[in-house]
Write a protein that binds this ligand. Structure first.
Ligand SMILES: O=C(O)CCC(=O)C(=O)O
Length: 274
């Protein structure tokens, strides 16, 4: 198994549910990666937000290469073991002086995946800190069960439609996770996390990449579009495979479905709510 993470980093992840400040790309590499980003953003239609860039690693080599970056996969392998796959990616970009937030949630609540053992890599495209809306996490919250998530009715600034019930948690223990451009954080799919608005003069852009060990299976009745890409080790045969993109920049012309987007019937069935 990869030794990219030390034993104490792995222990920290198991106990607290996240790791941060892991270096990947240097300044020259990030300058090149950031220089190419506008070509991807140009593929958005007028009025579409950067939130629409979901699973475009299936059609854009630019993103596929980031998702399959060996230095990132080495870190992931230390946590997920030798056999895992890539299945999702998206951007969380907060332009300067914008009001959008991300409400408290556990990623796993949105994903029709079992067992709950996936993780997210958050790659910083900018220096990200307290001033421009860095993520906040509740350390250790991943060791609790999935909490209830309720639909927010109007008046929310969150880009997500559901918000977790955090009443059982001590929010004074929440921690900001600042990141230098080109470095990553990694979080467990049950870790409660959120992020505030970006009132600063600086952009705050992050690219999230989701990986699962080979024994994790998607409920295709909820997300029939789920496609995996073997990242390390044995080839997973439990889920449908995607094809590697051939174009450097191309948008994905199909739907993507989380549990929430599949509707409340699917949500109630998956989480066995009455
Ligand atoms: O970038 C953010 O503020 C939120 C990211 C997030 O929710 C995630 O990576 O699951």
């Amino acid at each position: 198994m990869s030794k990219a993470l030390t034993e104490s980093q792995i222990k920290h992840f198991r106990e607290r549910g996240f790791l941060t400040g892991l270096p990947v790309f240097d300044a020259t590499e990030m300058a090149r990666i950031n220089a190419e980003l506008p070509e991807l953003l140009n593929l958005l239609n007028v009025g579409e937000s950067t939130k629409e860039i979901r699973e475009w690693h299936e059609t854009s080599l630019y993103l596929f290469e980031l998702c399959m970056e060996p230095r990132i996969l080495d870190y992931v392998e230390s946590l997920l073991g030798p056999n895992f796959y890539l299945w999702a990616s998206n951007f969380f970009i907060k332009e300067p002086h914008t009001h959008e937030t991300v409400g408290w949630h556990q990623d796993a609540y949105y994903w029709p995946l079992k067992p709950i053992e996936s993780l997210t890599v958050w790659l910083a495209f900018d220096d990200v800190d307290e001033a421009n809306g860095a993520m906040t996490v509740i350390p250790g919250s991943h060791r609790q069960n999935i909490v209830n998530h309720a639909r927010k009715e109007g008046g929310t600034t969150s880009v997500l439609h559901l918000e977790a019930d955090v009443s059982g948690f001590d929010l004074s223990t929440a921690e900001r996770i600042p990141l230098k451009c080109g470095s990553i954080s990694i979080h467990d799919d049950k870790l409660l996390h959120a992020s505030p608005a970006n009132p600063s003069d600086r952009r705050r852009a992050g690219f999230t990449i989701r990986y699962s060990p080979n024994h994790v299976t998607c409920d295709l009745s909820i997300n029939p579009h789920f496609r995996i890409y073997p990242a390390r080790g044995e080839v997973c045969t439990r889920n449908p495979h995607g094809t590697v993109p051939t174009q450097r920049f191309e948008r994905l012309h199909r739907e993507h479905l989380s549990i929430e987007e599949s509707g409340s019937e699917a949500e109630n069935k998956f989480w066995q709510k009455m």
